[in-house]
Design a protein around this ligand. Structure first.
Ligand code: DGJ
Length: 726
């Protein structure tokens, strides 16, 4: 084997360097380095002594591997040219570095030896954050069709001597984003979704740390895709590296690459932080608020009242307006009418597809409620589930061929509904028209887009590209979200899929808010949020105060506990407000006023987590960001339920001198701890800690540190311009 020639590109993010070079006779890009910023060239990868029964491409840290080159371990692309010819061998034919504002993109092109396929690899970085974005294009320049049985977005090589500790987020409906951990010494771990949506089972985010020594820090990867997907973490027997491959699901997707067609994958994202898994979470958040956030204003991150948990399907104008009275009184900004407002929707068995207002529930039309809500000083929001149809609906009677179905099976009902085939242009146009008409007809400025079942029976008999339905469905969904932004920029968009079934980096860039879970019990929600915040940011995390017990945890929590939980992102209320007494309403109004004052900090500040919800007390600290005053806010909970276990006395007679040790105060500044009269330098407060006064609730508190002297240091580090060195 000839030695690879080696030509290196070093891509610079805010705090890290990502170095790749050409290797394997210029047939592939390999990873040379991914870690803290280095200014000098790093040594290029060399194959060393090849272990028996391995091939050089299998041990190489290849960025994008194709079958036919990598044979033994995971590859990113499996292609079938027909006639029993699989795979491709690549040769480098060109490269380019593109610069735009603070972004730098490396584009490297390879042609296959047969001269029919072109592979273009993209690597993009920015000086504004630490995320490396990667994707590929595959182009058929030949004359016959090629089938891609797998077309992932990329493989990430990470340090992994002795294997890797893999952290991922998963669960089920109502239990999304729970943190899981596996020590992977040898073999592979695969997670993903075959449901046509991102799914409740796993979030498309993986974080790894090397198990036995190796460089410090953690490496995180994500996939920016809202449909079926797969991630494979592989620890191989040789060498000191592990590999994470991510892409659209290869069980349910086959791409039919006809001559002349280009297929572009979604992006896979990678980040390194020397501060371990907490640092990886902060790096994701920084990217999400700087590069992904569709909006950063309070208007698109409002305090919502959603009536679903109060009324479910039993909605009518009079009752909803009575709820709106209290929502306005406590300081909510948007009133959202959830499911149940349209004809045939007495329960979850009917109505979907016939998006006409139910005139029995709203005899004077939806205007009565919408105008009434607006007259009370609130914005009006509406729920819709446009990808679905009920079997008894007029829409289904007119278009039974619009649903996913197979000729040999009865289409599967789930939650009593079918899924519309968004791969059909007429379905996409119908949805765009239906949603557009509703938004044009009523004064709706907030839309909750729901999706309440997995997609089964995918495919389109007779259509040679029917195997691409999971891609087509998701691309159409993304396109509809783009349409909403372009045509209705004043409409705040919340994405929901039976809770957190559609949370991923693609949705984060196309919506204002996501609904992370249908679990609204404060203690269980706190845990779900903890996992969510490992990969996704507070500014998109909508949480409602319900006052309801959790589905798993029955330990009581105070109303204030629920408010402090929901304050960790976008605060909303979902309780039956008419059952609240005057004191509960006053308490709610106080929390909402405080939240609105602190909103920029709590939504777009930097989050530092103290422990985990199994520790007590557990706290989340918010600092920096756009807050003009340089305040720091610590939300804290008695997660053990010791104080709330004694509701008679509100916990006040139980002596608990728990302290919080703030981690992000400026040591050179002096702070007033709001509500306590105590004033001290940041250095003292950080080292001695602050006793929790439990002044906002018996089992939760909001500690606010207002600076009283000194200058605020820059919230975000000043960054050099993105750069690439070759
Ligand atoms: C599932 C959502 O997660 C809930 O918040 C609610 O909107 C229901 N769907 C309505 O059917």
């Amino acid at each position: 084997m000839r030695c690879p020639r080696g030509r290196q590109w070093r891509l610079q993010t805010a705090h890290t360097t990502y170095a790749v070079s050409l290797a394997l006779d210029d047939s592939a890009l390999v990873s040379d380095y991914w870690g803290p910023t280095v200014r000098e060239p790093v040594s290029s990868w060399t194959p060393g002594v090849l272990p028996p029964f391995e091939t050089v491409a299998d041990v190489a840290p290849i960025e994008y591997a194709t079958d036919g080159t990598r044979h033994i371990h995971q590859c990113e692309m499996r292609l079938d040219r027909g006639d029993g010819w699989f795979g491709a061998a690549w040769a480098h034919v060109g490269d380019e570095v593109r610069r735009e504002d603070d972004r730098v993109e490396l584009v490297v092109t390879f042609d296959d030896h047969a001269g029919t396929l072109r592979l273009v690899q993209h690597v993009r970085v920015s000086s504004g954050h630490d995320v490396v974005e990667r994707w590929i294009e595959i182009i058929n320049r030949g004359t016959s069709t090629v089938r891609l049985h797998r077309v992932f977005s990329g493989g990430w090589t990470v340090p992994g001597a002795g294997g890797v500790r893999v952290r991922y987020l998963g669960g089920a409906w109502g239990q999304e984003f729970r943190e899981h951990q596996v020590d992977l010494a040898l073999g592979s771990l695969t997670i993903g979704s075959r449901q046509g949506v991102t799914g409740h089972l796993f979030a498309p985010a993986v974080t790894v740390t090397p198990m036995a020594g190796g460089p410090p820090g953690a490496w995180g990867t994500q996939l920016a895709w809202s449909g079926s997907w797969r991630a494979v973490v592989e620890a191989a027997p040789y060498g000191d590296r592990a590999r994470i491959s991510m892409g659209v699901d290869d069980d349910t997707v086959t791409v039919v690459l006809d001559p002349g067609r280009t297929f572009v994958t979604p992006a896979t994202l990678g980040v390194h932080s020397q501060d371990g898994v907490d640092g990886v979470a902060r790096a994701w958040h920084r990217y999400q608020r700087q590069a992904l956030a569709r909006s950063t204003d309070a208007y698109h991150h409002p305090v919502v009242y959603n009536s679903w948990f109060a009324t479910e399907f039993d909605v009518n104008a009079r009752h909803q307006l009575a709820l709106a009275d209290v929502a306005a009184e406590i300081g909510a900004e948007v009133f959202v009418l959830d499911d149940g407002w349209f004809a045939g929707r007495k329960d979850d068995t009917g109505g979907l597809g016939d998006w006409r207002v139910d005139t029995e529930k709203f005899p004077d039309g939806l205007e009565e409620l919408a105008d009434g809500v607006i007259a009370r000083g609130l914005r009006f929001g509406l729920w819709i589930e446009p990808e679905m149809v009920s079997p008894g609906s007029d829409l289904f009677r007119r278009h039974p061929d619009w649903i996913y179905r197979s000729p040999d099976r009865t289409p599967l009902l789930s939650r009593n509904q079918y899924v519309l085939d968004l791969g059909l242009p007429q379905v996409r146009h119908w949805i765009a028209g239906t949603v557009g008409d509703l938004l044009a007809r009523y004064p709706i400025t907030y839309l909750k887009w729901d999706m309440n079942r997995p997609i089964t029976d995918g495919g389109r008999p007779g259509d040679p590209a029917g195997g691409e339905w999971p891609l087509q469905h998701t691309a159409a969904f993304h396109q509809l979200l783009r349409m909403l932004r372009e045509d209705f920029p004043h409409v705040t968009v919340e994405v929901c899929s039976g809770g957190g079934g559609r949370v991923d980096a693609a949705v984060l860039g196309l919506s204002d808010l996501v609904w992370p879970t249908d679990e609204v019990g404060a203690r269980d929600l706190l845990e779900i949020q903890h996992g969510f915040l490992r990969a996704f940011p507070p500014h998109i995390m909508n949480s409602l105060v319900s006052g309801l017990p959790g589905m798993r945890t029955k330990t009581p929590a105070s109303l204030g506990y629920g408010f402090v939980v929901a304050m960790s992102g976008v605060l909303g209320v979902g309780a039956d407000l008419l059952s609240w007494d005057a004191e509960q309403r006053r308490q709610a109004a106080r929390f909402i006023a405080l939240y609105r004052e602190l909103r920029p900090l709590l939504q777009f500040g930097e989050l530092t987590v103290h422990g985990s919800p199994s520790d007590h007390p557990y706290a989340r600290e918010f600092s920096g960001g756009p807050d003009p005053d340089g305040r720091v806010c610590v939300l804290v909970w008695d997660t053990a339920g010791r104080r709330a276990a004694h509701p008679r006395d509100g916990g006040n007679q139980i002596r608990q001198d728990w302290r919080v040790f703030p981690k992000t105060l400026d040591p050179a500044r002096t702070y007033r701890v709001r509500g306590t009269g105590s004033v001290a330098p940041g250095s003292v407060l950080a080292s001695q800690g602050v006793e929790i006064g439990w002044s906002h609730a018996p089992d939760a508190d909001v500690l606010i540190f207002d600076p009283v002297s000194g200058h605020r240091s820059s919230a975000e580090t000043e960054l050099p311009k993105g750069q690439v060195t070759a």
